[in-house]
Design a protein around this ligand. Structure first.
Ligand code: NAP
Length: 255
């Protein structure tokens, strides 16, 4: 039956940036669909709180693995620790990311490097470390978190926009290379959702007005509205879907 194909019972998902915001919502959705959850990010306190909330709400196992994913030396040990704890990783949600806002003429190398270090370099090397395990098993799902900014440009975020354009292309590159190993690699490209990442925009009445006017639904997205796409891409229901960037943006890119 088709709804059974969406179930994730006995699957293990690693969610980067899983302590808050979109990562927390996606981890919760995957657990509600039946998966056990490994969460990683820097803030141990947020990871612990989210893991507790998921375990209580869903009855699934949820365990925290604190790490700074811009430090490549910390990536392999995290993946090894998840494998020791859970025995496998079926699903990787590559969600950890950051943003630095400034006019392009004032953008510093440090601002550029901070964004790239996690949004693209960290994301690739997490996918590589988990990909080794998935290639060995001959199966796996990787879901990268891209952005509306993978497709369009807006002022003040040159590094972020470049990194999210890069993630969309990385998704296609890995999808084509790893299809032979039974690994589906897709991306979710969120529009504007209320999280810490967009706090500066929410707090700026003029930018807020422009965003709400432009989105065909005339509102911000709620992070729960990303869960269905994530569960679908993690599940057997999307078995022939790979290399795709799915926009969940309230219709912005249709205008
Ligand atoms: N909110 C939106 O409207 C929106 C739209 C499009 C795309 N996105 C993307 O969605 C993803 C999540 O964003 P969000 O809105 O939920 O932002 P957020 O609330 O700021 O969450 C970002 C997450 O990434 C983690 N992270 C950042 N740097 C890290 C590092 N060096 N090592 C490990 N973890 C790190 C953070 O945890 P720690 O700080 O504890 O490390 C946090 O859990 C990002 O990739 C973002 O670009 C968001």
């Amino acid at each position: 039956m088709i709804l059974d194909d969406f179930r994730l019972d006995d699957r293990v998902a690693l969610v980067t940036g899983g302590g808050r915001g979109i990562g927390r919502a996606l981890a919760t959705g995957l657990a509600e669909a039946g998966a056990d959850i490994a969460l990683t990010a820097r803030s141990e306190e947020q990871l612990l709180r989210t893991a507790d909330e998921i375990a209580v709400a869903t009855g699934r196992r949820a365990v925290e693995f604190p790490a700074d994913l811009t430090d490549l030396a910390q990536i392999e040990p995290v993946v090894d620790a998840v494998l020791r704890e859970f025995g496998k990783i079926d699903i990787l949600v590559n969600n950890a990311g950051t943003i630095n806002r400034a006019p392009a003429l004032e953008y510093t190398p440090q601002m550029w490097d901070e964004v790239m270090a996690i949004n693209i370099r960290g994301a690739f090397f997490v996918a590589q470390a988990v990909g080794r395990h998935m290639v060995d098993r001959g199966r796996g799902r990787i879901i990268n978190i891209a952005s509306l900014l993978s497709a369009i440009g807006v002022p003040l975020i040159p590094a972020y926009t470049a990194s999210k354009g890069g993630i969309a292309q990385l998704t296609k590159s890995l999808a084509v290379e790893w299809a032979q190993h039974g690994i589906n690699v897709n991306a979710i490209a969120p529009g504007y959702f209320r999280t810490d990442n967009t706090q500066a925009l929410q707090d700026d009445p003029e930018r807020n007005r422009i965003i709400v006017e432009r989105v065909p639904f005339h509102r911000w997205g709620d992070v729960r509205e990303l869960q269905g796409t994530c569960v679908w891409l993690a599940s057997d229901a999307s078995s022939f879907v790979t290399g795709q960037v799915i926009f969940v943006d309230g219709g912005w890119t249709a205008t």
